[in-house]
Design a binder for this molecule. Structure first.
Ligand SMILES: Nc1ncnc2c1ncn2[C@@H]1O[C@H](COP(=O)(O)OP(=O)(O)OP(=O)(O)O)[C@@H](O)[C@H]1O
Ligand code: NI
Length: 321
């Protein structure tokens, strides 16, 4: 199958006091049309940096980005701001953790979706009936009345549905969802994940979901990339990763298997924290937390290897054995 998004050797550094912080390093991956791909990782491992880079929403001032982010064959990093504006929203949509940040409190929710729709050439009537259709597609009960509600009259889950409807109104081929359910309770979270999956089936939208929650990955993803300290350490089909994790970090994550509760399945079982890598670094970034670390792990950066078809891992043990 063709590739929708192809990331090649992506490297993102932030200028910080004391040097450059390596937030994303040497990340390569492909996302196919209609696929749901999950980035999994602890806080600070570079998930949001990666998604903002795809949308070209990082501040230029203190950020350096190298590598390629190809969307349907075009390197987004080389587009002018004007060209990028037409990709944003129309071809790649994004929803965030807190929909209140993106919704305007002074306009009725339906009006905001309507406004997004009328960016294209449609009549008023077509646009309003499409708003209604979208509200129904994202399963907002009593849609006609809800279109007239203001954002602060809606629950967090309803607001996230409005955001998803707004994104869908532009009919993007890729939806990036950065921690879309973190602010929601478990039941609402399950509903939103269900909606996202059925929208993929109905609209064919590929989804890149960013999460620190293993339960969400199990629930929604086709494939998963495990991030650690800015690097992809393992990638594969969701079943492969859950049944046969190879990287010691992924293995440690799996010890906190997803259950019903929102707190179980979070990454809390590994001692220590994700290191902030300042400047050049040779070695495995996980070495100081790894129970299997040997000498080479502290001095040589491991490379990604394909162990079985589609299952990639970056660990010296896989290179030695
Ligand atoms: N604008 C910035 N300037 C400097 N450092 C930054 C900036 N934004 C993020 N960072 C740092 O880059 C690293 C990656 O941050 P990022 O927000 O991408 O992680 P994340 O995986 O999304 O974390 P979280 O789960 O907390 O959202 C962190 O060490 C963070 O402190
Ligand atoms: Ni984040």
């Amino acid at each position: 199958m063709e590739t929708l998004l192809k990331i090649k050797n992506l490297k993102i550094d932030y200028a910080v006091r004391g040097g450059t912080l390596s937030a994303v390093n040497n990340v390569s991956l492909d996302i196919k049309p209609k696929e749901i791909f999950a980035f999994l990782g602890e806080s600070g491992c570079g998930k949001s940096t990666l998604s903002l880079a795809i949308m070209r929403l990082l501040m230029d001032r203190n950020t350096s980005v190298s590598g390629e982010i190809e969307f349907k064959g075009t390197n987004l990093l080389t587009l002018s701001n004007h060209e990028m504006n037409s990709v944003r929203g129309r071809q790649i949509g994004m929803i965030f953790q807190n929909p209140l940040d993106s919704l305007n409190p002074v306009y009725r929710s339906g009006t905001q979706v309507y406004e997004a729709l009328t960016l294209d050439k449609v009549t008023r009537q077509q646009a309003w009936s499409k708003v209604l259709q979208l509200y129904q597609d994202v399963k907002i009960p009593d849609a006609e009345r809800r279109m007239k509600s203001f954002p602060n009259e809606m629950s967090g889950g309803m607001r996230q549905r409005v955001m998803i409807a707004m994104m869908l109104s532009r009919n993007p081929e890729l939806l990036i969802a950065d921690e879309p359910t973190t602010a929601l309770d478990v039941t609402t979270e399950a509903q939103i994940l269900n909606i996202m999956r059925s929208l993929r089936d109905q609209y064919g939208t590929a989804i890149l979901v960013i999460t620190h929650n293993l339960g969400i990955v199990a629930e929604i993803a086709d494939r998963v990339g495990v991030m650690y300290a800015g690097e992809l350490v393992e990638m594969g089909d969701v079943n492969t990763i859950f049944e046969n994790p190879l990287h010691p970090y992924t293995k440690a994550l799996m010890k906190a298997l997803p259950r019903q509760s929102k707190n179980v399945g979070r990454i809390s079982t590994i001692e220590g924290t994700v290191p902030r890598i300042i400047g050049e670094y040779n070695g495995c970034r996980f070495a100081n937390r790894c129970p299997f670390a040997v000498d080479i792990c502290g001095s040589k950066t491991p490379t990604m290897r394909e162990i079985t078809t589609g299952h990639f891992v970056s660990c010296h043990r896989e290179e030695i054995l």
